[in-house]
Design a protein around this ligand. Structure first.
Ligand code: DQA
Length: 148
């Protein structure tokens, strides 16, 4: 069974109550339940972590080395400017998929750039909680090419 680390970045813990016109009304807890249900359907093992701190997110990424087969990360606003998280993704040898709840291309100009995505296998953006579901399905589709 492939092991997938889910990392939620800053402010995502407030999903469901913050800027609901953009991020929707599904709570953070419910998003995590959706993730767990989909993972079990796909026969993937998931661990879910959230942090509002850049350094802690980097530690999560480092700790995935040897312990996980893939990472699905929503770096939140760090996507747009954290070269440190970008480098952490580049420093590990496992595939990383970036997800966003909102379609970052449809929003302010500064959100159109994701520096972290430049080190990722791919990016899924704009499908609300289903961005995570689509990313899990991408891991499943690619699982034979992922390292044991
Ligand atoms: C986000 C998009 C980012 O631009 C924003 O800063 C977030 C959430 C998303 O999931 O749509 O915090 O990553």
């Amino acid at each position: 069974m492939k092991r997938v680390l889910i990392i939620h970045g800053p402010n995502l813990n407030l999903t469901g109550s913050r800027e609901t016109d953009i991020y929707g009304e599904v709570s953070f807890e419910e998003i995590n339940n959706i993730i767990k249900r989909e993972a079990s359907k796909l026969d993937l093992a998931v661990k879910i972590q959230q942090s509002n701190s850049e350094g802690e997110i980097i530690d999560f990424i480092h700790s995935a080395k040897n312990n996980f087969d893939a990472i699905i990360i929503n770096p939140g606003a760090y996507s747009h400017y954290s070269y440190a998280i970008m480098d952490a993704i580049g420093a590990i040898d496992i595939p990383v998929i970036e997800v966003h709840l909102s379609n970052i291309q449809k929003r302010e100009d500064f959100r159109h750039v994701s520096v972290t995505a430049t080190r990722c296998l791919g990016q899924i953006s704009g499908f609300g909680p289903y961005s995570y579901v689509l990313a899990l399905n991408a891991v499943k589709l690619l699982e034979d090419s992922l390292k044991e």
